[in-house]
Write a protein that binds this ligand. Sequence first.
Ligand code: THU
Length: 132
Amino acid sequence: MEKNTLLTMAKEARSKAYAPYSGFAVGAALLCENGRIYCGCNVESASYSPTVCAERVAFFRAIAEGERRFVAIAIAGAKIGEQPIKPCPPCGVCRQVMREFCDGDFAVLLCNGENGYEEHTLDSLLPLGFSL
Ligand code: THU
């Protein structure tokens, strides 16, 4: 899987974001070990706390389909109407969800321009992560 393909899919998923309260649209594309890809966008709520991030939507779609082994996630975020030129790092809750299902070398690709991205590992984003 070409990393640029995953980033393109994250940007495409971003166009589906439901974010009328924050005005900030995020898309994510999650690559499984078997090559399948699950996408997600953020989904907000008028009562705010039910809001779910794009990353968790992608993970939970995949988990609900029986997937358990993951390689990488691409993330693209920016204000609605703007291009995702600055990296949108996953929130702490999403990092903990990644920790639940992924090894430390799980790759997190952050879109930072039309063809650009920066790459991190889950270990670097969540050092000393809690797991049972
Ligand atoms: N959001 C995501 O979907 N992913 C992130 O990595 C950070 C934040 C969403 C949640 C909310 O709908 C909006 O962005 C503003 O916080």
